[in-house]
Write a protein that binds this ligand. Structure first.
Ligand SMILES: *Cc1c(COP(=O)(O)O)cnc(C)c1O
Length: 748
């Protein structure tokens, strides 16, 4: 496999017609004749951005401006030192050579010398000899880069052997036999298809039983993430969660679960036949889900919940697992050491669903506010698990996920037993590109590069917040969007963790009396608040801008956001973020403001939407916002949704039993108006916010039914802005929509 990594030469004489220019060009030519590319530049330019070249280069050759260096140009030494430091901040390994004519290392300070791979004196050896020396180092460096599985896969794909095993496209050849197949082949390229192999290939090892290069890669990632065991998963954290649960939970077991959990955790409850008791998070009226208060984690409180649960027959049984959403959608984090302290030995497995948090372990900023990392103490008895979506915030392909385990002092993972659960959920034909991306995503985070990447995301996220604030200040009394987060911050304080702690009774979060030091906000998740609703749930009399309209507008301007709420939407600063991207967001929001203030007609500002929904053609942007805002206000929707999520859910059946009724068709479709008191057989999940509201076996209460009635009315009034409810069945009769939920058949 050939990769393109030029050798970068920085020499101010690179293009000059003097002897030093001639010398360096002779060296460049000698390198090129050995088959390597050379990139020659004459200055460092912008130091930081130039140092970014480290990710594309195989070596640097830095010329020191010989004669003048020490006596007349101390700033040249300073610049050299800064440049080397910038490179080493991200990359400890890339070879750096100094190139001079007469001066020697004696003139270079030690802290710079220490970072060098060599000092080249052009006149002492032939250019060919020097070129080979540099190339040898550059090649050794490149060879050291790929982690085990990726390395084996690139070798295999390049090796050109004929395969008789599946997949049936035979390294892409099948595609070439059809025109549309040709298109597919040209689009994805030969390598992707050559690397799509099956697990019959011995030299790549096996994901299913963790052997060969796959196992070496998992060990490598475990070292990088500072955990005792690490498993790559190729079907998302949805599957990682089910694996963790199936490895430790059996029918009838009691489990303790964050009510704000991903649906895969609820699927795990159904799948394992567990009896859940739920920890209830706070919510504010923006619709933002806050932390579970610390008191909910108190063992006495959990015991009380078990006591009250009608299905828990053995009230003294030890819960098998605790699952917490560690980093909520909006970025709220828990102090894991405090949770470990409270529940070590009380619950067998402490499982943190860190789908959004794989980056935290690489930066001190996050301290104890993530599950597993360097120097973190072990529990005495409880195992700690973390499941992470590598694809959400790091550089994994979609579905790339991993399971991290920290053993307890008196309890270590039985890998063979665990693997039974792993096999239950893993395809026997895993996608090798996803495995390779798990492998590479981990290798990318190796220190110091990983820390630098996370620091960059944090910096960009803070710069974005500052930019939004600056716009706000400039608009003065006029309206602008707010970024949710602490507001009494000095500019510099932003880099300190303390600034991001959720302190008791602060108005910005609206989560009430939180325990000190228990929660922080991850700045790289930015929830943007649109005007019209305050944190108490009061709708503004003056005006309001529902978020769904803003995000539709943004989408038509090429900006796609992650999640939309009532008066908020969120974006995140992954390690793939660039200044261009967030500046485009700020600019697009400015455009929105402009079009809103001018009340531009929708045919002009949302042409794609209007094509699908011509009824809005002549409606003004501001008028539409006003119409929807008034309906929200009239229905007091912010309080309605908060209440519905906080209302006491009464379980009438175990989730798995209710689900079984569905499998056996012992269900009926019940219209919204008749739902109160009925037991749902399905998961009901409103979007926004995409958090399951009702779980199979729970009863509909009045608040939830009222919400569904509102949603029905709203959807009729504003087609194109429908609030979506997964679990609701829609049937259209004579152009009118009717909604139903599949409920457990009532015994008569
Ligand atoms: C996205 C998500 C998951 C599922 O992860 P996938 O990789 O998409 O399968 C699990 N838990 C939480 C909290 C999530 O946000």
């Amino acid at each position: 496999m050939k990769f393109r990594f030029p050798i970068v030469i920085i020499d101010e004489d690179f293009r000059s017609e003097n002897s030093s220019g001639l010398g360096i060009r002779v060296l460049a030519k000698a390198i090129e004749e050995e088959g390597l590319e050379v990139l020659g530049v004459t200055s460092y330019g912008d130091l930081t951005s130039f140092a970014q070249q480290q990710s594309r280069a195989s070596a640097f050759i830095l010329s020191i401006d010989d004669e003048e260096i020490v006596e007349e140009k101390p700033e040249a030494i300073e610049q050299l030192r800064n440049f080397v430091a910038e490179i080493r901040y991200r990359n400890e390994e890339i070879p750096i050579f100094l190139h001079g004519e007469t001066r020697t290392s004696r003139h270079i300070p030690n802290d710079v010398l220490r970072e060098l791979h060599g000092f080249i004196h052009m006149n002492e050896d032939t250019p060919e000899f020097v070129a080979r020396l540099i190339i040898r180092e550059a090649k050794a460096y490149l060879d050291s880069l790929p982690p085990p599985f990726f390395k084996a896969l690139t070798h295999y794909a390049a090796d050109g052997s004929y395969s008789w095993h599946c997949p049936g496209h035979s390294g892409g050849v099948a595609f070439l036999k059809s025109p549309v197949g040709q298109m597919f082949h040209q689009f994805f390229g030969e390598n992707m298809l050559r690397a799509d192999v099956c697990n019959a290939v011995d030299e790549l090892g096996q994901l299913l039983d963790h052997t060969g290069p796959v196992a070496a890669s998992e060990r490598n990632a475990a070292r990088i993430y500072n955990c005792d065991h690490l498993y790559f998963v190729t079907n998302g954290t949805s599957t990682s969660n089910k694996i963790v649960w199936n490895s430790t939970v059996a029918p009838g077991d009691i489990v303790v679960v964050d009510r704000n959990c991903h649906k895969s955790v609820l699927h795990s409850i159904i799948l394992t036949g567990a009896i859940p008791v739920f920890l209830m998070p706070t919510r504010n009226h923006f619709g933002i889900i806050g932390p579970i208060p610390k008191s909910e984690f108190a063992w006495e409180n959990i015991q009380k919940k078990i006591e009250r649960n009608p299905f828990a027959t053995d009230k003294k049984a030890k819960p098998r697992v605790l699952t917490i959403t560690q980093s909520t959608y909006d970025g709220v984090l828990y102090n894991v050491e405090e949770i470990k302290e409270m529940l070590d030995g009380k619950i067998d497995t402490l499982h943190f669903d860190e789908a959004w948090l794989p980056h935290a372990t690489f930066h001190d900023f996050y301290g104890d506010y993530h599950a597993i990392g360097a120097d973190r103490p072990r529990c005495k008895e409880s195992m700690v698990f973390s499941t992470q979506s590598t694809h959400k915030l790091l550089a994994g392909l979609s579905q790339a996920s991993q399971i991290l385990v920290q053993d307890a002092v008196n309890n270590t993972l039985d890998r063979d037993v665990f693997n039974e659960a792993y096999l239950m959920h893993t395809s026997t034909s895993p996608q090798y590109s996803i495995i390779a991306s798990c492998d590479v995503a981990a290798a990318m985070m190796e220190a110091p590069g990983g820390t630098a990447l996370v620091e960059e995301s944090l910096k960009e996220a803070l710069d974005f917040r500052r930019a939004m604030r600056k716009v706000d200040e400039e608009w003065g009394a006029d309206w602008w969007f707010k970024v949710w987060g602490p507001n009494d911050l000095s500019e510099d304080g932003l880099e300190e963790r303390d600034a991001w702690m959720l302190k008791a009774n602060e108005r910005w979060h609206g989560f009430g009396n939180l325990a000190e030091g228990f929660n922080m906000l991850d700045p790289i998740k930015a929830t943007i608040i649109t005007p019209g609703l305050d944190v108490e749930g009061d709708f503004s009399d003056a005006f309001g801008i529902p978020a769904a309209i803003v995000t539709k507008y943004l989408a038509e301007h090429g900006v796609i956001v992650e999640k939309t709420g009532l008066y908020s939407f969120f974006i995140m600063f992954t390690i793939g973020i660039t200044k261009g991207r967030w500046n485009t967001m700020v600019a697009a929001l400015q455009q929105f403001k402009d079009d809103y203030d001018k009340n531009q007609p929708l045919w002009k500002v949302l042409p794609e939407f209007v094509q699908k929904q011509p009824r809005y053609e002549r409606v003004g942007l501001r008028d539409l916002c006003k119409q929807i805002h008034e309906v929200y206000k009239a229905n007091d929707v912010a309080r309605l949704t908060t209440e519905m999520y906080l209302s006491d859910m009464v379980p009438a059946m175990k989730p798995t039993d209710a689900y079984a009724k569905m499998a056996h068709r012992k269900i009926e479709r019940v219209a919204i108006d008749d739902l109160e008191g009925r037991v749902t057989a399905v998961l009901l999940t409103p979007y926004p916010p995409g958090i399951p509201l009702l779980i199979p076996g729970e009863r509909f209460n009045k608040v939830i039914v009222n919400y569904l009635k509102f949603a029905r009315e709203f959807n009729e009034k504003f087609p194109g802005f429908e609030t979506d409810n997964h679990g609701l069945v829609k049937q259209v009769v004579d152009g009118k929509s009717f909604y139903y939920v599949d409920c457990v058949l009532q015994e008569s």
